[in-house]
Write a protein that binds this ligand. Structure first.
Ligand SMILES: [Zn+2]
Length: 78
């Protein structure tokens, strides 16, 4: 998946409130993949890969590393 496609998806998820806009107040941790689909690209994160888990308003959001990095790089309010 191209980075700009990923960015567009992340923008959309932030817009609809599925992803937080900023890092502050978000509990998150990384670990081995658990075969759950990434919340952004929908790709299952294999055990040999790293997944990031975010806890937002009691919901758990799973992101793969490329999506996580794009999300982190998003300027707040963009
Ligand atoms: Zn992803």
């Amino acid at each position: 998946m191209h980075t700009n496609k990923r960015q567009a998806l992340i923008h959309r998820l932030i817009e609809v409130g599925q992803l937080p806009e900023r890092l502050e107040g978000v509990r998150m941790w990384g670990g081995p993949g658990s075969e759950r689909p990434c919340a952004t690209c929908g790709e299952p994160i294999v055990v040999s890969a790293v997944e990031y888990e975010l806890e937002v308003d009691g919901r758990t959001i799973v992101l793969c590393v490329p999506c996580y990095l794009v999300w982190r790089a998003e300027p707040a309010g963009a």
